[in-house]
Design a protein around this ligand. Sequence first.
Ligand code: GTP
Length: 392
Amino acid sequence: MAILGLVGKPNVGKSTMFNAMTEKIVDIANYPFTTIDPNIGTSYVITDCPCKELGVKCNPQNSKCIDGKRYIPVEIIDVAGLVPGAHEGKGMGNKFLDDLRQADAFILVVDASGKTDLEGNPTENHDPVEDVKFLLNEIDMWIYGILTKNWDRLARRAQQEKNIVKVLADQLSGLNITEEDVRVSIKDLDESPIKWTDEDLLNLSKKLRKISKPMIIAANKADHPDAKENIERLKKEFKDHIVIPTSAEIELALRRAEKAGLIKYNGNDFEIIDEGKLNEQQKNAFNYIKEFLKTYGGTGIQECINRAYFDLLNMIVVYPVEDENKFCDKKGNVLPDAFLVKKGTTAKELAYKIHTEIGEKFIYAVDARKKMRIGADYELKHGDIIKIVSAA
Ligand SMILES: Nc1nc2c(ncn2[C@@H]2O[C@H](COP(=O)(O)OP(=O)(O)OP(=O)(O)O)[C@@H](O)[C@H]2O)c(=O)[nH]1
């Protein structure tokens, strides 16, 4: 399962965002490095559950359905704070890079209020565009460092073995970089790696980062009055990235208020359950939050998760069933499982994901909505309900 990493310099609100996403309590304090160990937690990708459209009552097993929305669990990792020079081991550099290895996609959290400097200390008018540039550079330098270790020998070997892609992918395998990533990234370079210049290698590191470490930029603290201008600047500067204004603090407040039974929160807006139970301070806070939600259409937190899986990682949701008429498993659970899979996954590959033996003995599949037989190579579509017929 693809893991989502939260990265950024100290004090931008990663822990708050992590808590908002997972509702797990970790230290939240206004000083750098309250996050010492990476925190791994569970959050949810949310999508429309087919139960509504089909008019059935579902019994989810691997996920949850709330008011016709399917909540599919995903793993989130809160990566330790990052400071400039991390690739050289500064701050908690090596730990940061180790944690980074584990994630498949990233939410790069910046402080859009401009109130923290590059090291995470309080300041005024800091430009978050610099933070994004520095983080991307840290990752580029990290990849470059590993790529160019014993470079001369490596380049000669790649040339002799006439298998540049494999040799480079082996060198980079610890970074979750695949042969396909390497193949795409080197296609404009000279055939002999011994001719590659230092600049070529640096550009190659950048390309590899773009392909293998996709990122969304979360312009956090969007609720701050100084954030608006910085958000616009981030959007303008990083046109090829998804930039989402977020307020981790408001999301956390809303989720906690819902837990406490004060409000009903639907992800974009909320309703106060009993106005009479609120004190003046709470009423003011809710008014302030209402205004924010009106301006931005939401806190951006769920949008970050959903877009990371659907847009960055190109995933879709499919529902395997065993009875194509009742949309249920053997035990009668309707729409029991929701699987996040890569776009382009075939019916047979899905069978393998359910169980190796089911994949090996795959015969055909059925599109349960259309009651139509489909072959092994059928490419699954978002929302498909699929029965696998196998000799297993
Ligand atoms: N206004 C506003 N403040 C926020 C928001 N998110 C976090 N903060 C505040 O920013 C400060 C730092 O938040 P943390 O979540 O501890 O930051 P961090 O990035 O995890 O920091 P380290 O653990 O040091 O790496 C805290 O005072 C939070 O209350 C937000 O969306 N809006």
